[in-house]
Design a protein around this ligand. Structure first.
Ligand code: G6P
Length: 626
């Protein structure tokens, strides 16, 4: 985990590094630090906690320089203290390293370095990297005309001894105006400006300065100076990078008048879904198209079953995908936690399509699941929001979400976009497999296009949700219930309340309550029951009746029920304490409308409780460790 940034060029460096770290804080916010070189002197500032503590420290003890690196940390090795904050230095205090990832054999390396006389200040694996590079620096070789080559050689020698996954940026006070960056796993993007170069974990950190970038591939080193950037592999062979222009506008990484990124992102959902539908349906509204899927069509026709792998909220979208794909495409489908999938010897072959869902495309467990799937000969598709993400490089094709940058740690617009993307994937497979005639496909696509406007109507109930949230503020815990397609939404609603408002919450299939959880029901436990109804779906009608019975059971035991229901509902209204209406939609798409009130509910409870909505404690947006 963690975010790294680096800059070499003529501008004032500290604002660039701090601004970059602000954009990367979603990757971790346990501590932050900078190292810059000024007239041959390496200066380091580090602070525990959020970035503002580092900013305060720098205000009291300013620094300046012409090249430098920065880091925002999500603790893995070592507690989130100032000592363990990056950058870490070598013995001389003239070389500094920032690091995202894990060096697996750091204890072995440390033992050897200790024996060689290196003194360590911390327990971190990163400090070992600094000392290891120092051990390899030696004297410049005759062939090393520019000082950067010497640092690059030492880094390369250190890399030969290190195992694990890591992104690194390294500077030395003895190597003027040079940054060496390394990728072996986590993402590294190089920003190209005029007489200035940047390195970062994510393009979001660079948008204000340049949109011309390239991504390092695994096993590559970039050496940045004011004169240019040199890319090579770990053996030293030169590589020509592929420059890309990022289309995202810098304004997308601003809050745009909202108090939090999360609220802004909740309100962006209608726009995000329209963009997704415009990108992935034909203009006549009859077919789904996925231009970036490189898999031949006959290959897709041969698919016999699907595995959907994902983590966190994305796993809930995958679980809904199980319902959608099995129903619409009639293909056996299973959703799996990425972190479990590869450890249980899954049965995979060329007829199993593995679909990895990930907003970031960097979640380590999901990447590991994808690698395992490919190793076993299964074709892999990605559903992802971030262009250039590792997942999109490892999958044979990607369905992009078009949701725009998502910064709030809890996923909202990317989540509903994932749900819509699996719906479209289900239609796509159904069409390609001859399971869907054109008229029905057109109707299902039309129903999808109706969702953004309905979602705007859900957003208009925000004030009601705020009032409902007030009643939940003191609740010790909460239960979320649903059946069928609403069950994954119950799980997602509970996850949001847990992670944002630190309220213990559980999502449960409504029909399972009688097998245990009913014993917990009393007047203190709020129960949020999603019970929508699609008048045109017999299945929806059946599930409505069954869930209604479960709500009555909760009420009979003294529970307090908030029902999320379809406009015009009569029966839940009669038994629940409170209801919130959402527009009527097809059974298969209604979850997109049902989750939005739960997003807003969790948001408002968190705000009332004074929680840090965009950066909940102990979490990070992009989890790049397994
Ligand atoms: C983290 C985030 C969640 C996200 C999950 C999976 O836990 O806080 O919001 O759902 O990772 O992330 P991904 O990028 O793979 O969708």
């Amino acid at each position: 985990m963690s975010g790294i940034i680096g800059y070499v060029g003529p501008r004032q460096i500290v604002p660039i590094l701090l601004n970059g770290l602000r954009r990367l804080e979603y990757r971790g916010y346990d501590s932050a630090g900078l190292a810059v070189v000024d007239e041959g002197r390496l200066e380091v500032r580090r602070a525990a906690g959020k970035l503002r503590h580092l900013e305060e420290l720098i205000r009291l003890h300013p620094l300046d320089g012409t090249y430098g690196i920065g880091h925002t940390r999500w603790a893995t090795h070592g507690r989130p203290t100032v000592e363990n904050a990056h950058p870490h230095c070598d013995c001389s205090g003239r070389l500094a390293v920032v690091h995202n990832g894990i060096v697996e054999n750091y204890l072995t390396l440390k033992g050897r370095l200790l024996a060689e006389g290196h003194a360590f200040r911390t327990e971190t694996d990163t400090e070992v990297i600094a000392h290891l590079i120092e051990a390899h620096l030696g004297q410049p070789l005759a062939s090393e005309v520019d000082p950067g080559s010497r640092l690059e050689r030492a880094v390369r020698a250190a890399l030969r001894e290190m195992t694990g996954v890591f992104a690194l940026a390294i500077i030395s006070a003895d190597v003027p105006e040079t940054i060496v960056a390394v990728r072996q796993g986590p993402p590294v993007v190089i920003g190209v400006g005029r007489d200035e170069y940047f390195v970062a974990s994510d393009v979001l950190a660079l948008l204000y300065y340049t949109r011309d970038v390239f991504f390092l591939e695994d096993g590559q080193i970039a050496t940045l100076t004011r004169q240019g950037v040199r890319v090579s592999d770990f053996e030293g062979n030169a590589v020509t990078p592929r420059l890309e222009r990022i289309e995202w506008e810098p304004i997308l990484v601003e809050k745009g008048g909202f108090p939090h990124f999360m609220l802004k992102e909740i309100y962006e959902q209608p726009r995000a879904l329209r963009d997704l539908l415009a990108a992935h349906t034909t203009s006549d509204g009859r077919r789904v198209r996925f231009e970036e899927i490189e898999m031949p069509e006959d290959h897709l026709r041969e698919v016999r079953h699907l595995r959907l792998v994902a983590c966190g909220g994305s796993w809930h979208a995958a679980l809904l995908g199980e319902f959608l794909i099995e129903h619409l495409a009639r293909l056996p489908t299973k959703a799996e936690y990425s972190s479990e999938f590869r450890y249980r010897d899954p049965i995979l072959d060329a007829g199993t399509l593995v679909v990895a869902l990930s907003q970031s495309g960097e979640t380590a467990d999901t990447l590991a699941a994808v690698r395992e799937a490919r190793r076993r000969g299964a074709p892999v598709l990605a559903i992802c929001n971030v262009r250039g993400a590792t997942l999109t490089r490892e999958a044979q094709g990607t369905i992009f979400l078009h949701a725009g940058p998502e910064i709030g740690v809890a996923s909202t617009k990317a989540f509903t976009a994932e749900v819509m993307a699996v719906y479209l994937l289900a239609l796509y497979l159904a069409q390609r497999r001859g399971r869907l005639d054109d008229a029905r496909a057109e109707q299902l696509i039309r129903e999808a296009w109706a969702i953004p406007e309905k979602l705007e109507r859900v957003l208009a109930t925000d004030d009601d949700l705020r009032a409902l949230a007030r009643e939940l503020v003191r609740a010790p815990a909460a239960f979320f219930l649903g059946r069928g397609v609403n069950y994954p939404m119950a799980l997602e609603g509970a996850l949001l309340l847990k992670e944002l408002a630190y309220v213990y919450a559980e999502g449960y299939p409504a029909g399972e309550m009688k097998h245990g959880p009913n014993a917990l029901i009393d007047e203190h436990l709020p129960v949020i029951a999603i019970n929508t109804r699609d008048p045109d779906s017999p299945l929806s009608h059946l599930l409505y009746e069954k869930t209604l019975a479960n709500i009555v059971e909760v009420k009979a035991r003294g529970g307090r029920v908030l029902g999320i229901v379809t406009e015009g509902d009569v029966e839940v209204r009669q038994v629940a304490d409170r209801i919130l209406e959402i527009p009527s939609a097809s059974y298969w798409l209604s979850p997109i409308l049902a989750i939005v009130p739960l997003q807003l509910l969790a948001y408002h409870v968190a705000v009332f409780k004074g929680c840090d909505v965009d950066q909940p404690r102990h979490l990070a947006k992009s989890v790049t460790v397994e």
